[in-house]
Each structure stands twice: as C-alpha cells, then as structure tokens.
Design a binder for this molecule. Structure first.
Ligand code: MOS
Length: 762
C-alpha cells in the first residue's frame, strides 16, 4: 500500500470525497421507503411457504427421535407401527436406501453424517426412524408406536467448558487465531488490567416458519419444496446425499418465514423426505414441530471467553487477549468465531486470540445471526466497559480514543469505516451527555435508569451471483435469479435496482427467485444477499438494454433507424437520444413491437468480493453503535430495556423501510439475547427441556423497547455500484453488551454470563 494513499485514507474527509466521486448519486427509488413488493401476497395468505404445497397422492412423514443423547440403538421394533391404520412405511437404518456423505468441496451440509448412517446416537432427538402414512395424524400416532431400545452411555451436556484441551494442532485446538506484538508481556506490565471470563448460552433459531420439506419424485427427478436460505447449495448437497446427478434435483423456496442462519445448510429431514418419496413413489411432506427446532436443526453454540485487557494509567489500550472456546457436536467441528471483530475494532499494538472446541452431546451447531462476532462482541465490549470503569473514563470516549481507519490485523485501510460517526451520532441522539457515571445515580420516578453503550461490527462481503432480465413487449420487466428472499426484502430491493436502471415503475417489475432452476444465485447469509445480487443484476439490465438499443436502430418504423446505438439510452422506460429528453423518445415496448420481438433479454454474472482485486486491498466491514437504557425497579425486581438508539454504518441503504425493519428486529433479538434466550439441556439425558415457547423466552411486543434506528448511509466504494453493504446481522451486534453495561450502571451488578436473570440482581 502506498503511504501517500494511506495518509489520504487517514483523513476521513478526504476519504468521503473520494467515495463521493466513485459512487454515482442514486435516483429517488434508491433509498426510498418502498413497501415490500411481496407484502400483499404475504398478508393475504397467497404466498406459499414450503409446507403449504400439496400434491395428489401426497403422504406425511413423521420422524421418530432418540430419547437418549449418547449410545447406540440396541433394537428397533416397528412391527406395531407398521400395522397401524394408513401406515405405508417405517424407514430406519436397517431398510433405508443408502444416503451418502457430501464430498469436500461439494456443497455445505449441516451435519456431516447422513441420517440413519449407523446406529450411533450422539444427541437427544436424533432421528432414528421415520414413519410415512396417509395422513399426518396417522404418521404421528405410528411414530409414537415405534419401540426403540438403546445401549446408553452417560451424556455430556455440561455447561462448564473447562475441559482439558488436546495438544496444539489437534482438531479441537487450541489454535492461535490472531497474534501481533507480545500481548502477554504487555498485559503483565500494564498499569490497569481487566481479566474476566464471559459466557453466552446455547440459543435456538426460532423463525416464525419452521423447517419443512415437501419432496416430489417422478421416477427420475426430485422436486424439493424447502425453507432454504440457499436453494443452489441445497440442490448440490441433496444431489450428493441422494446419489443422483445435480440436474435431477430442483429446489424451490419462493417464500421463507426467516431463518437467522438455521436454514443456510440442509438438515437431515430434507434427505429423509426425499428418500421416502423415492422409496414410495409418492410426494412426501415432512414438517418439523417447534420442539424439533430445538434439537434437529442446529443452534448457536455455547461460548466461554476469557478476555484480558491491559492499559496504561492514562487509558491507552496496550494489550488485548481473547481465549475463547465453544461447544460442538460429537460428529462435527463447528467453530463459533468469537474473534471475528476483535483484531480490528480498536487500535492496539499487542494482541492474541486463541480458540478451542469442546465436545458435547448436542446436535451440530450452525451459524446464527452474526455468528462469532455477536457472542465475541459480548465479551470484547463488556471488557471495554469494565476497562472504562477502572480507568474512570467515559465508555464512548474510550472507544473513540481507540478508533482506527487501518485494519491493524492485515494493515489494510477500511473501505469505509465510520464507527466514530456512529458513536458520536448515537451519543447525541441518545442524550449521552446527560449521563452521570455513578452506579444507580439516574432516576425516573421510582425507577433506576441505567445507560450503556457498545460498538458493533460485522463483515461485509459479497458472493458470486447470476441474474437474468427480460424487457417484455407488454411493458413489464421480468427479473430472475436463483437466490431467495428470507423475509428481509430481497424481492423489493431487486425491483428497486431494476426500476432505477430502466425507469420502469416497480409495479411493472416481476421478480422471480427461490428456484434452483433459475440462473445460479447467492446464499442469503452473512448479510451478503443485497451486495451479491446487485452487480449481476445491473449487468443483466445493461445487456438487455443493449439488445433493445440495437433493436431500435434496426426495427422498421423506429425513429432511430440506422442511427448509432451508442447515442441512445433508456430512462423512464423509454428509448431516446442521450442528448434529448425521455419524452422525445418511445416506450421500450413499442421498439419490441416494431421489431416483432417478445422481449429483449440480458444475463449478468458477477464474481464475489474475493475475485475483486481492487477490493482485496481493503478491509471491508460494517460498523454500528448501540445505546441502551434499562429501567430497574428494585421494589418489585423488574428489569426492562426501555430505549435503544442504534446507529448503523452499513453502506448505502437501498430501502429505508426494509432496512429499518432489519435493524429494529435485530435489536429486539438482542433484547432476547441479553435478558431471555437460553436453551437448557437436561444433564440426565441431553433433552432440551425448554423446547417450546412457554419455556424458551423470546421478547414480545411488550418486552420491546422504543427503538431509534439511524443509518449513516455512506456508500462503500468496494461494494459495487451503489455501495450497499449487508445489514441483516450488524443490528444484533453490540446490543447484549450495551444491555449488561446499562444493567451495571443501574444496579452495580456486572453480569458476565447471559442471559441476565433477575436473581443475578438481587
Ligand atoms: Mo446468517 S447466520 O449468515 O443467516
């Protein structure tokens, strides 16, 4: 990196200027608060979710789940179940046609072990059989009649993750994730030290729509109706598991009632439904119940993180260490990358991050919204708050003093980092200057107020994507891509981009996705959807318009016959000369009619961020600041998050309304993480005892605070034409540590193990 450029980058003013030059100003449709284009379909019940599909001769599958968490199946007796009314088949290890593992590089499965591979049981609820019957009720009744006995070993679901870790280099670590300077020596020599351990519990993904598969087999091809955050990956994985060519599998996920990461990778029920459909030659529907969501489709693993921070007496951070571990399943090594944000969030010369895994008898963990960074930031931001208190410094000021425009991990400048503005804007909006730092010093009537703050960060990436655009002779536009909308607003954002590029109103733009037979699209994960789709979509529009302009200079009767197409353009849905107004031109559909064409089509294809050599010179992340107020009523021991101000640096915002929904929803999820959510396993048998909404608490409307969402809306020059980064996950980052900081401010109790419980405060 040239040093003159680094100097330039260090001045954020100069950087803002450079950004403004690189990213063109958008039209009014970009950044507008357009309501979801698919909203009416959803609110009228017209949108079909996976389990809404029904077919002639369709039958129902109900899994039988293990009642132990560790051991082997000794016997499985399906004879009673098989004779029950309507029962067609009971599949298990002994009679299922082979299901295969997914080869390395062949797509991302959730559990590496295909269902029924052997008779080993490694977690409670593991599928041991599946009953297929004419009706759902018959399948359920028969599933309860399958008799299974086990050779049982003692399960390990211990919440203390203090296990002895194997030698360096073994599968489970310990592993050095990041290192610079001499963190140990700098910590030992530091005048002010924080050395604390932070714990986050198992959390279960609870999207409104539960997982389901409707599998249709026609003798050669599978059609799988799924609730999937990645239809293309789902196809690849299922083709491998089922042992059929990829072209014989189609995956459909038109509408999804969210996923939060739990639907990124296929789970075993999908293969079971498909296998049953093939064996019976009938369509099979398999729906998960809410309790099954707690054992069979992943979770955010438990984490334990020791943080050591060393600072000078004046408050300069000189050493930062994070040693984290998370639990994983007996069958898979899943790391919760708690050190995701630690190496670059603050300027510090000496740093070391290590990780390790410990095995528990639980199902395989999977990403949950902001995987790694979100539990990681609970530890880092809690420790920063504790350091600020030890230093008698304001926690906002301490963070501002350690802001950096260079990623000290890889020495690259950030493509666009405005954490400082997030903290400053948030402090102003929240009224932070009125905060008195003494514990319990702020009152509102009989209530004690606590104010806390934390920074947020989440990576910014984009993946490869393909899209097609069809400008049609009826004046409408069809745009398609094999990606999906998990409820975040992707349909709407795609329509907005096409509207911006063509001038055709959004009502005339049909967006088609959620089908693996469309041009291969990106996963909806890692907050990458919007940024991944845009470049290929813009390319597709451009190539379709090019076809149209070429047609305009050739079609008989065209006012532009024999002209140079390079002098023409398309705006407001009309073809016109670049140097004349759109009104002087002709509607695009008229050009198609003149040439007797049904449509002008274009395809677009874009690589991911990794293939962008310019972007690779930068560190790309989103940032944010969370300001939280809690009300503590000591008289009745009631704690409530009353107010949250969140300021997000997420690049350019394409749709203000859907983006605000994303962040507000994430803040509510943060309240759940801070005060409520925790999956608890029975130590005797590994059963998630609170596998229902009576016992696993998530925030209701009444638990939700007043939320003020602000976007800085500064485009990121490395994220494609509009400079939009993802915003699905950043809103959750930092909420929980801001809550516990506020709780400390109100009560003087530092909660280092989530969720905060009332009994912690008594
Ligand atoms: Mo997100 S955890 O990548 O769906």
């Amino acid at each position: 990196m040239k040093s003159a450029f680094l100097e330039f980058i260090r001045s954020s003013e100069g950087f803002a200027r450079e950004v403004a030059e690189q990213v063109p100003a958008p039209s009014a449709i970009i950044g507008s608060s357009l309501s979801r284009v698919d909203g009416p379909l959803k609110t009228t019940g017209t949108a079909l979710y996976a389990s809404d599909y029904n077919f002639p001769r369709m039958v129902y599958a109900e899994p039988v789940r293990s009642t132990i968490a560790n051991g082997t199946i000794r016997s499985l007796d399906a004879s009673v179940a098989e004779k029950m009314p309507g029962v067609l088949l009971v599949l298990h290890h002994g009679n299922i046609a082979p299901l295969f593992r997914v080869a390395k590089g062949g797509g991302e499965a959730s559990e590496s072990r295909p269902p029924f591979e052997d008779e080993t049981i490694s977690y409670w609820g593991q599928y041991v059989a599946v009953v297929i019957a004419e009706t759902f009720q018959q399948a359920q009744a028969a599933a309860a009649a399958v008799r299974v006995t086990y050779d049982t070993a003692k399960p390990n679901v211990s919440t203390k993750l203090d296990d002895a870790i194997p030698a360096m280099g073994a599968t489970c670590g310990p592993k050095v994730e990041s290192r610079r300077g001499d963190a140990e020596a700098a910590f030992t020599a530091a005048a002010v030290q924080v050395d604390e351990t932070y714990v986050t519990p198992v959390e279960t993904h609870n999207p409104m729509e539960m997982h389901a598969t409707v599998a249709v087999w026609d003798g050669q091809n599978f059609k799988l109706y799924e609730s999937s955050q990645g239809v293309m990956n789902h196809l690849t994985v299922m083709a491998e598991i089922l042992g059929v060519p990829k072209e014989n599998v189609q995956v459909i996920s038109r509408f999804i009632g969210s996923g939060f990461g739990g639907k990124l990778f296929p789970w075993p029920h999908s293969a079971l439904a498909a296998a049953a459909a093939r064996q019976l030659n009938r369509p099979v529907k398999l729906t998960l119940t809410r309790p099954m969501m707690f054992s069979n489709v992943g979770h955010r693993p438990r984490t334990q993180q020791r943080m050591r921070l060393g600072a000078t007496a004046e408050g300069k951070l000189v050493s930062l260490q994070q040693d984290y571990r998370n639990h994983t399943s007996p069958t898979d090594d899943i790391e919760e990358s708690c050190g995701e944000a630690t190496p670059f969030l603050y300027s510090v010369a000496n740093l070391q991050i290590t990780s390790a895994l410990v095995r528990r008898n639980v199902g395989t963990p999977t990403p949950m919204r902001g995987p790694g960074a979100v539990p990681g930031l609970f530890a880092l931001e809690s420790a920063m708050d504790e350091l600020a208190i030890k230093l008698k410094q304001d926690p906002v000021a301490l963070r501002l003093a350690h802001d950096t425009l260079i990623d000290e991990e890889n020495k690259k400048p950030f493509s666009s980092r405005h954490l400082k503005e997030c903290l400053e804007t948030g402090a102003t909006k929240f009224g932070w200057s009125r905060r008195t730092p003494e514990v319990g010093s702020m009152r509102k009537g009989d209530l004690i107020l606590g104010w806390g703050v934390a920074a947020a960060s989440w990576g910014a990436w984009r993946g490869g994507n393909e899209a097609s655009v069809s400008l049609k002779r009826d004046g409408t536009v069809r745009v398609s891509s094999g990606t999906q909308d998990i409820g975040t607003g992707t349909y709407t954002v795609m329509a907005q981009i096409v509207a911006d590029k063509t001038g055709v109103p959004v009502e005339k733009i049909e967006v088609v996705m959620g089908d693996s037979s469309l041009p291969p699209g990106a996963m909806s994960g890692g907050s990458t959807g919007t940024a991944s789709i845009i470049p290929s979509l813009v390319d597709a529009v451009k190539s379709a318009v090019k076809v149209l302009l070429a047609t305009a200079v050739q079609a008989k009767g065209s006012p532009y016959l024999h002209q140079n197409p390079a002098t023409l353009t398309m705006t407001t849905g009309r073809i016109h000369a670049k140097d004349q107004s759109p009104e002087s031109g002709v509607p695009f559909q008229d050009v198609l009619r003149m040439a007797n064409l049904a449509a002008a089509n274009g395809n677009g294809k874009s690589g991911g961020l990794g293939s962008d050599t310019k972007a690779n010179d930068y560190s790309t992340h989103s940032f944010g600041a969370q300001f939280v107020e809690v009300e503590w009523d000591p008289g009745i021991a009631k704690l409530r998050v009353s107010r949250v101000v969140t300021v997000i640096d997420g690049g350019r915002i394409i749709n203000k309304k859907t983006a605000t929904n994303q962040i507000a929803g994430a803040v509510v999820m943060g309240v759940g993480m801070g005060l409520m959510e925790q999956t608890t396993y029975d130590p005797r048998n590994g059963h998630a005892v609170n596998d229902n909404f009576a016992d696993y608490l998530v925030p209701t409307s009444a638990d939700s605070p007043e939320i003020d969402v602000t976007f800085l809306d500064i485009p990121d020059p490395m994220m494609g034409e509009y400079g939009a980064r993802g915003i699905g996950e950043i809103g959750l980052a930092g909420v929980a540590p801001a809550i516990t900081a506020a709780v400390y401010h109100a009560t003087g109790v530092r909660v280092r193990e989530l969720p905060v419980r009332i009994e912690d405060l008594l």
